[in-house]
Design a protein around this ligand. Structure first.
Ligand code: FVH
Length: 291
């Protein structure tokens, strides 16, 4: 495969448009389709071909990249184009779950379609830049056949044959991101309750979080080994101190809805006798759903 390899992109939302643009920038012939007409004009001006239907778009390329709103829309669109998909490769970059990815791979196998699922760890302006990372998993033959073409989108990381693995990594990283957002938003609500400008406080946040993230590799080792005994700041101490975060929030008139769940988990850790060890033991607790 070289940069002459044709690519079809189904879905021209913010992300699909960025993906199609990156393929064009890399020199690929690009065919695009979107449910609502009118979104392809900019890409057509840059050399893309707009297809009238998804089936027509699919017929133009051996590689079909799908980036739609969610799994339901992917099923709807691929079902409608199934007759034209046999023998082609679908790379589905729509956000979804591991189960959805495995079901899509099963559907594809039943229709003679090669299937690779993906997770985009980037926002649209990052696509095609060195900061863009895309996870892929599924058919190794299909991934490696189109690996060079997919490289136009950013760094391509192949995670193996299980189609669900890319979605697992994607969702897990999104979970880490939303946890970080939640902590940041709570910190701003707290400092803002005393009229501290967010712009004054925010520069302190990233260095603090960066310093705390230095503990991640050690925590990961503890999670893998199950030995959480090495604790610089043990769980029981943190459970006690955490109450101050809740009390201060209540005193300042700030909602505790984002921070209550961690208190419940810390308390569960103390109740389970994990107080003397590291907070990394909470990962094990999360693997059991409380009654
Ligand atoms: N944008 C981002 O920052 C994130 C980055 C990480 C990956 N996500 C996921 O990418 C998928 C697409 O996201 P998007 O940003 O392109 O989303 P929208 O701009 O809302 O575009 C949605 C497209 O889906 C089409 N669509 C919706 N419903 C249907 C349907 N029933 N049948 C066919 N197509 C449908 C929609 O078409 P239209 O409304 O223009 O007709 C857009 O093409 C998504 O999974 C993110 O989680 C993005």
């Amino acid at each position: 495969m070289n940069n002459d390899a044709p690519v079809t992109v189904l879905g021209l939302g913010a992300m699909g448009t960025a993906l199609a643009g990156a393929f064009l920038d890399a020199g690929h012939p690009v065919t695009v389709w979107n449910r609502t007409a009118g979104k392809a004009a900019g890409l057509v001006a840059r050399g893309a071909t707009e297809a009238a239907t998804a089936a027509e778009a699919v017929s133009a390329s051996p590689l079909v990249v799908v980036c739609l709103l969610n799994d339901d829309t992917v099923r709807e669109v691929l079902d409608g184009a199934a007759g034209s998909l046999a023998g082609r490769t679908v790379v589905n970059l729509t956000n979804g779950t591991p189960r959805q990815a495995r079901e899509a791979a099963g559907w594809a196998a039943g229709h003679g379609v090669g299937y690779v699922d993906g997770g985009i760890m980037a926002v649209p302006p990052m696509i095609g830049t060195p900061g863009s990372l895309v996870f892929y998993s599924g058919s190794p033959e299909d991934f490696h056949t189109h690996e060079r073409t997919l490289g136009a989108l950013g760094r391509a990381m192949y995670l193996g044959e299980d189609a669900g693995r890319a979605a697992l990594y994607d969702i897990a990283l999104l979970g880490a991101m939303y946890g970080m957002f939640g902590g940041f938003f709570h910190a701003l609500a707290l400092t803002g309750s005393e009229k501290v400008p967010a712009t004054e406080f925010t520069p302190l946040v990233a260095p603090w979080l960066t310093a705390m993230m230095a503990a991640f590799p050690g925590m990961a080792e503890a999670v893998d080994s199950g030995d959480h005994s090495a604790a610089a700041s043990n769980l029981a101490m943190q459970a006690t101190a955490y109450v101050n975060l809740l009390d201060a929030s209540t005193d300042q008139g700030v909602s505790t809805e984002l921070v209550e769940p961690m208190r419940a988990l810390l308390d569960r850790g103390v109740a389970a006798g994990l107080g003397a060890g590291d907070v990394s033991s909470l990962v094990d607790l999360l693997r059991t759903v409380p009654a």
